[in-house]
Design a protein around this ligand. Structure first.
Ligand code: ADA
Length: 558
């Protein structure tokens, strides 16, 4: 599965994953041995590679020809792709898609090789030893497409209200691969009961962009309770023959920041969220559709209405499910806890900006995404860090003016970036890292933000709050790491947050326990981050019922 709906009916697309590939590790005790490896998957889920940090080459023979396009939805964490032995693309970062076109290929059997590398080192400024696992492998889907002489690169859909009427701005880009004199091109766009046709003006450029604006009547909006989705089918015709198409989906909803609230279709949302790692003991970060759906059913069952994709862009299948089920998503670029020294890695700024340049265009149409986040707990207390935050926020606004942005800070009393984001967010741990009552500590933090003047008139989200609890661990005094302690702490934390003036919502840290890098063993019992309200197998801890009682007792709106 690549998406939960068909992106193409005309374009010839073959999914190369959901199948076995030849796999050959390049390092370690099994170096050079040939395996058959299931894909998509993390090689850590194979018994011979459960802690393998190195390179591995995946091989698959295909029979195809013409203008071939290979798209990888995610390879962890660095990929080099070869076609018949020639390198055709490389890509850093496990969490965004990348593609390459190989034109005018002779029809026949060809070899696709993907080398994945999950090693840490100076060239990797985002994937490094951390409180989550950088897995290895073809962790998301791979597709092979056969394109004609032109194809649709993207269709961006921006719904907006004009008074009481819904409109959609449509931005579309067509790429010309083999242009022949006299060719005429046309786009046909259908959304709901609206069909428009657009003659394309061919010039000497290889790309044609069009912008359209369509008004609609009798539209059902997208919201948490009724996540209505519409398909946008765009067809490309050359000399009146249909040669390509792209099917996207849109939800008619607007997100706005107004004073201290975030509005969904002009209603003030109350965020009842969880932070969620893409992590599972049987799948690594390559959760299949049904595992993602199970997570969302469990989160919905406990009254949750929002997910924070901590700390990287998520699989599109997961975002499709959030669109269909009516979850709000805070999606963020890839970074966790990088101090100034790490942010001064010469690769950092380019790598971090690239994640945004890929994340936003790739995920732009998902109505569930209501806010973009960046640089979780990075050096926002330094002037250099501020430069990085500023350039990333400016890039976000250049790519998407329809959504607010934010970052999760932990630099209390020293942060110098609260004037930059649309929404102020803080990760706070009273009753865990800070031995203070929740009320006392939240008042201190919020008081500082208000006095700091830069954040005072903005919405405030508690982007992380929680405590550790090891599944099944009990002791006589309900001490830290017991389920009882975690449940008690979360009860106080959530009750205080939701009764706290000017707090528009909470993301619990975290939904499920997750595996951490080997280097984090000392501060993470079991080699896991144990702050999940369910464990890594999604078994409820005592805290789950506490969260359920509180979340289910609150509505989705103020
Ligand atoms: C930070 C960080 C999370 C996690 C958490 C914890 O807030 O953003 O990724 O590491 O701390 O468990 O301590």
């Amino acid at each position: 599965m690549i998406r939960t709906f068909k992106n193409h009916k005309i374009r010839k697309q073959v999914e190369l994953t959901e199948s076995l590939w030849e796999f050959e590790p390049c390092n370690g005790e099994h170096k050079g041995q040939k395996y058959l490896m299931h894909t998509p998957s993390c090689w850590e889920t194979h018994p011979d590679f459960s802690d393998y940090r190195g390179e591995g080459i995946y091989r698959k023979k295909v029979t195809a020809g013409g203008n071939l396009r290979i798209e990888c939805k995610g390879v962890s964490h660095t990929a080099t792709v070869y076609f018949d032995g020639t390198e055709v693309i490389n890509h850093y970062n496990a969490y965004t898609a990348f593609s390459v076109i190989i034109p005018n290929v002779e029809y026949g059997e060809h070899l696709i090789e993907i080398k994945a590398d999950n090693r840490f080192g100076e060239n990797s400024a985002l994937h490094l030893p951390n409180d989550y696992m950088s897995y290895g492998g073809i962790s998301r889907g791979v597709v092979l497409e056969e394109l004609q002489d032109a194809y649709i690169q993207y269709v961006n859909l921006t719904p907006y209200l004009d008074g009481a009427d819904w409109h959609a701005r449509i931005e579309c880009s067509v790429s010309l691969l083999n242009k022949k004199e006299g060719d005429s091109f046309e786009l046909k766009i259908q959304i709901a009961d609206k069909i428009i046709s657009k003659e394309l003006k061919v010039s000497d450029t290889k790309e044609i962009r069009i912008n359209e604006d369509i008004g609609f009547n009798d539209i059902e909006t997208w919201n948490i309770e009724n996540p209505k989705l519409y398909e946008a089918e765009v067809k490309l015709l050359c000399n009146c023959n249909e040669i390509d198409d792209l099917i996207e989906r849109l939800g008619f909803r607007e997100v706005k920041v107004e004073g201290k609230y975030i509005l969904l279709n002009n209603r003030r949302i109350r965020i009842k969220g969880v932070c969620r790692h893409e992590d599972h003991p049987q799948y690594g970060c390559a959760l299949p559709y049904h595992a993602m759906a199970n997570d969302l059913m469990q989160i919905r069952h406990m009254g949750g209405n929002a997910i924070r994709t901590s700390h990287y862009p998520n699989d599109e299948i997961f975002l499709d499910l959030c669109d269909e089920l009516g979850f709000l998503v805070w999606e963020e670029n890839h970074a966790r806890g990088l101090e100034e020294e790490s942010m001064r890695n010469p690769h950092f700024r380019g790598q971090a900006l690239n994640v945004i340049k890929e994340m936003i265009p790739q995920h732009y149409n998902h109505p569930s995404i209501f806010i973009w986040g960046i640089l979780n707990e990075c050096a926002s207390e330094t002037m250099y860090g501020r430069e990085c935050y500023k350039e990333e926020f400016e890039l976000i606004k250049s790519l998407d003016k329809s959504r607010p942005h934010t970052f999760a800070s932990c630099k209390f009393f020293h942060d110098v970036c609260f004037d930059l984001p649309d929404v102020i967010s803080c990760n706070v741990y009273p009753r865990w890292y800070v031995d203070k009552s929740v009320e006392e500590y939240l008042a201190e933090v919020k008081g500082w933000i208000d006095n700091d003047q830069k954040g005072v008139e903005k919405p405030f989200i508690v982007s992380e709050i929680g405590a550790g609890g090891i599944y099944g661990y009990r002791n006589a005094y309900d001490g830290k790491w017991t389920e009882e302690y975690q449940a008690k702490a979360l009860k106080e934390q959530l009750e205080t947050c939701f009764s706290f003036k000017d707090c528009c919502g909470v993301f619990i840290w975290q939904y499920c326990d997750n595996r951490v890098s080997e280097e984090w063993f000392a501060q993470r019992p079991r080699g896991m981050n144990n702050k999940g309200i369910v464990d890594e197998y999604r078994r409820e801890k005592l805290a789950y019922r506490v969260v359920k009682d509180i979340f289910c007792g609150l509505g989705n709106y103020f």
